[in-house]
Ligand binder design. Structure first.
Ligand SMILES: *[C@@H]1O[C@H](CO)[C@@H](O)[C@H](O)[C@H]1NC(C)=O
Ligand SMILES: *[C@@H]1O[C@H](CO)[C@@H](O)[C@H](O)[C@H]1NC(C)=O
Ligand SMILES: *[C@@H]1O[C@H](CO)[C@@H](O)[C@H](O)[C@H]1NC(C)=O
Ligand SMILES: *[C@@H]1O[C@H](CO)[C@@H](O)[C@H](O)[C@H]1NC(C)=O
Length: 631
C-alpha cells in the first residue's frame, strides 16, 4: 500500500495503488482558485502540464464528484523504481484566494508488481479535443524490453461512449491491428470503474455487461448503476439527469513479437442530460388519517427548498408548526426521496362532499408543489401534483329537540362538513336579531349549540288547541349557504299546558280556553255559554272549558274595522236564575275578541290572558287579552 508523508488535512487527500498506477485524489472542497501538481525526480522538479502529462504518462482530471485526480503510471517519468517498490514524489500546489501558494508534498509508494512486457495505456488526456468523436487518437506506449524501458507514440482506437437505450455503450476492437504482430493469443479482458478492476460477480451485481460481438468488445453500463454518478440538471424548465462513469478496461494478448501485451483504457463515459420526471408515489392509507406521498428518487445534488400546498408556500423549517410533516428518506445507495404527510382535515386540504348512490362521501384533495434546488449552482425546478382520497366520513348536521314546560330546546350538531350552514326556524333565519327579538337563549359548545325557543315567540307555529294543551312546533331547516340546498329539516312538536288562551284563526274562527276556577266559589264550566246561550263549551274538564266557533255565529258582534267581540257568561243549564242581581255568578263576564288587519293577510293570532278579573263586578271595558304572537 501507499505511504504518504503528509498527514495534514486528512480526508482531503487520498492516495492509492491501483492496477499499474499511483492515484492521488484531492477532495473537491479543498481545491483553491488554481492548483497544479509538480513531480520531483532526478532531473529536478517539473510541473505536470498537459503536454508533460501526455508525454510522461500522467493524467489529471476532475472525476464525477468534482475531486481532482492525479493518475500516474508506474512507468511514468520521475517514478523511482527500487528493490521491492516504486516511489513518486508529488507536490500538490494550491493557490489560495490571496494568491499565496501552498505546497503539499506526497511520497507515493507502491509495491513492485508483475509487469507485462508491453503496457499500452489509452488515457483520457490523449483525447486533445475532451467534444469531437475521435476514433483514432495518439497514445503513448511504454514497454520494457530486456530490462530496458521504451516509450513510443502510436495510434490506436479509443472510442467514446454512446447511449444504447438505458445503457452507456463503449466498444473497442478485440484485436487492435496497429499493435498486433502476427498470430494473436487472446489472454482475456477485464473491466472496472474508477481505475479498479471488478470481479465478475460484482460486475454482474451492478448490471454491467461485457460481450464480444463480431470481434468487438462491447461494454454496457446501465444508467445510474453503482460505480458512476448521477448529476441533476434543469433543461428547458424540466428536471433532467445525466450519468457519468469512469470506465477502466484492460485487455491482454500475446503475439509473435510480445509474449504479453496489456492494454489499459481509462474512459470517462457520460450521457447528455435527459428529462427525468421525479416520481410521486401515493402511499396514502385512508385509515391513517393523512395524505402520505413521496417524491423521488433524487441523487445527493438535489435538495428540497419548500413546498406549496394550495396557495401557501411553507419553508421546511416551518412545516411542523403548520401541522405538516416533510421528511427526507435516505436510501442505502446514496439517493433520497421526500415524504410529505398532511392530515385530511388540514385547512390547506380542500374537501368536497360528493353524492354517490351508496351515500355521501367526501373528496379530500391535496394540491402540492415541491420546489427543489440543485447544488452547487442552485438551479430551481418544481414538481406539482394533486392527490385525492375519497372517504365516507361525512357527518351531516343533525338537529335534536325536546320540550320543557314553557320552551322548546333545539340542539344543532354541526357535523364535520366544511360547509357554511344557514339555519332557519320556520321562515326566520337564525341570526343575532332573531335571538334578541325572539327572546331565544343560546348555548354553544365545540361541535353543537342549543337554542331555547320560548312559547309564543317568533319561529314557533301552532297546530291545535285543546284542553290537552297547545300543540306548537318549530320547523328547523339547515341550508348550504353556497348552493341553497336544504340539507336537513326537522320538526319539533310540543304540547304546552294552558290555563287560558284565545286564538283567532285566519278563517274567522275562534278557539278559546277559559278557566272557571278563578271565580270564588268556583263556577262549574257546564254552566257557561257565549252570547248565544246555545253555544256551550265543546270540551270541558273540572275547571276549564273550550269554545270553538265561527265569528259569524254564537251571537258574535262585528264592530267596525274587522273587530269581532263575544263574551263568556254564566248560563245555568236547567233553571233560570231566581234572583239574578244577587246571584254570585250574575256578573261573570269574560270578553272575547278578534281583530284582523284591514288590508293585510290574515294570519293566526294567539292571545294570552292577563290576570283575569274575578268578575263579580261589571265587566271591564278593555280587552283582557294580551296579544302573544302573530304567527
Ligand atoms: C437507489 O435506491 C432507491 C431505493 O431503493 C431506488 O429506487 C433507486 O432506483 C436506486 N437508484 C439507483 C441509481 O440504483
Ligand atoms: C421557495 O424556494 C425557492 C427556491 O429556493 C425560492 O426561490 C422561493 O422564494 C421560496 N419561496 C418562499 C415563499 O419561501
Ligand atoms: C391515492 O391513494 C388513495 C388512498 O389509497 C386513493 O384513494 C387515491 O385514488 C390514490 N390516487 C391518487 C391519484 O390520489
Ligand atoms: C294597510 O293599510 C294601512 C293604513 O290603513 C297602510 O298604512 C298600510 O301600508 C297598508 N298595508 C298594505 C300591505 O297595504
Amino acid at each position: 500500500m501507499c505511504v504518504w508523508i503528509m498527514l495534514v488535512h486528512q480526508g482531503m487527500f487520498r492516495t492509492e495503488c491501483r492496477d499499474g498506477h499511483f492515484w492521488l485524489t484531492v477532495g473537491s472542497g479543498f481545491l483553491g482558485r488554481m492548483f497544479r501538481f509538480d513531480t520531483e525526480g532526478r532531473s529536478g522538479v517539473h510541473t505536470v502540464s498537459d503536454q508533460r502529462a501526455a508525454i510522461c504518462g500522467y493524467t489529471m482530471l476532475l472525476d464525477s464528484w468534482g475531486n481532482l485526480v492525479l493518475r500516474a503510471s508506474y512507468l511514468a517519468c520521475d517514478v523511482d523504481t527500487r528493490v521491492g517498490s516504486r516511489d513518486l514524489m508529488v507536490w500538490f500546489v494550491n493557490k489560495e484566494a490571496n494568491d499565496e501558494e501552498t505546497s503539499y508534498p506526497f511520497l507515493l509508494t507502491c509495491p513492485l508488481q508483475q509487469w507485462s512486457p508491453r503496457e499500452i495505456m489509452c488515457e483520457e488526456n490523449y483525447m486533445e479535443v475532451k467534444g469531437i468523436d475521435l476514433e483514432v487518437i495518439s497514445i503513448t506506449i511504454f514497454y520494457r524490453y530486456q530490462w530496458t524501458l521504451f516509450k513510443v507514440d502510436a495510434s490506436v482506437a479509443c472510442n467514446k461512449g454512446t447511449m444504447d437505450g438505458t445503457y452507456i455503450l463503449w466498444s473497442i476492437p478485440q484485436i487492435l491491428p496497429p499493435l498486433v504482430q502476427g498470430p494473436v493469443r487472446n489472454q482475456g479482458a477485464r473491466m472496472g470503474v474508477g481505475g479498479r478492476l471488478l470481479s465478475a460477480c460484482l460486475i454482474q451485481q451492478r448490471g454491467y455487461k461485457m460481450e464480444v460481438r463480431d470481434g468487438v468488445v462491447e461494454v454496457r453500463i446501465p444508467f445510474g448503476a453503482v460505480g458512476g454518478q448521477i448529476k441533476s440538471h434543469v433543461m428547458a424548465g424540466r428536471y433532467s439527469q445525466s450519468y457519468s462513469v469512469d470506465l477502466f478496461y484492460v485487455q491482454q494478448w500475446g503475439d509473435a513479437q510480445w509474449t504479453l501485451t496489456r492494454h489499459r483504457s481509462f474512459r470517462p463515459l457520460w450521457t447528455t442530460p435527459s428529462p427525468h420526471s421525479p416520481r410521486l408515489v401515493n402511499l396514502t392509507v385512508p385509515e391513517e388519517g393523512d395524505f402520505s406521498v413521496t417524491l423521488g428518487v433524487f441523487p445527493p445534488d438535489v435538495s428540497l427548498a419548500n413546498v406549496t400546498i394550495a396557495t401557501l408556500t411553507v419553508p421546511l423549517a416551518g412545516a411542523e408548526e403548520l401541522g405538516l410533516r416533510v421528511t427526507q428518506v435516505p436510501f442505502p445507495n446514496g439517493t433520497h426521496a421526500y415524504l410529505l404527510q398532511v392530515p385530511f382535515p388540514h385547512p390547506l386540504v380542500s374537501q368536497k362532499v360528493q353524492e354517490h348512490p351508496c351515500g355521501k362521501y367526501r373528496r379530500y384533495t391535496l394540491a402540492v408543489t415541491f420546489t427543489l434546488l440543485i447544488s452547487p449552482h442552485r438551479e430551481v425546478f418544481t414538481h406539482s401534483a394533486s392527490v385525492v382520497c375519497d372517504l365516507q366520513d361525512v357527518v351531516l348536521p343533525r338537529v335534536e329537540g325536546r320540550c320543557t314546560d314553557k320552551t322548546m330546546k333545539l340542539t344543532l350538531h354541526r357535523g364535520n362538513m366544511d360547509t357554511q350552514w344557514a339555519i332557519f326556524f320556520g321562515n326566520h333565519r337564525l341570526e343575532p336579531d332573531l335571538v334578541e327579538f325572539g327572546g331565544y337563549s343560546l348555548e354553544a359548545a365545540d361541535d353543537y349549540f342549543t337554542v331555547e325557543v320560548p312559547l309564543y315567540s317568533l319561529g314557533m307555529a301552532y297546530e291545535d288547541l285543546s284542553l290537552q294543551g297547545l300543540l306548537a312546533n318549530v320547523a328547523v331547516s339547515v341550508l348550504d349557504v353556497e348552493t341553497g340546498a336544504v340539507e336537513q329539516t326537522f320538526i319539533q312538536r310540543c304540547t304546552f299546558h294552558v290555563r287560558e288562551l284565545m286564538v283567532c284563526l285566519p278563517n274567522s274562527w275562534m278557539v278559546v280556553v277559559v278557566d272557571t276556577a278563578r271565580v270564588v266559589p268556583p263556577l262549574d264550566p257546564r254552566d257557561i255559554a257565549l252570547l248565544d246561550p246555545s253555544c256551550r263549551p265543546k270540551e270541558m274538564d273540572r275547571t276549564r272549558a273550550l269554545f270553538s266557533f265561527s265569528l259569524d255565529s254564537c251571537g258574535t258582534i262585528q264592530g267596525v274595522n274587522l273587530v269581532y267581540v263575544n263574551e263568556v257568561r254564566y248560563m245555568p243549564r236547567y233553571l233560570p236564575i231566581p234572583q239574578p242581581f244577587f246571584h254570585p255568578f250574575y256578573y261573570y263576564r269574560q270578553p272575547l275578541g278578534c281583530r284582523y288587519p284591514l288590508n293585510g293577510t290574515r294570519t293566526l293570532a294567539i292571545y294570552q290572558s292577563r290576570l283575569w278579573p274575578l268578575s263579580r263586578t261589571r265587566p271591564s271595558q278593555h280587552n283582557p287579552f294580551v296579544r302573544a304572537e302573530r304567527g
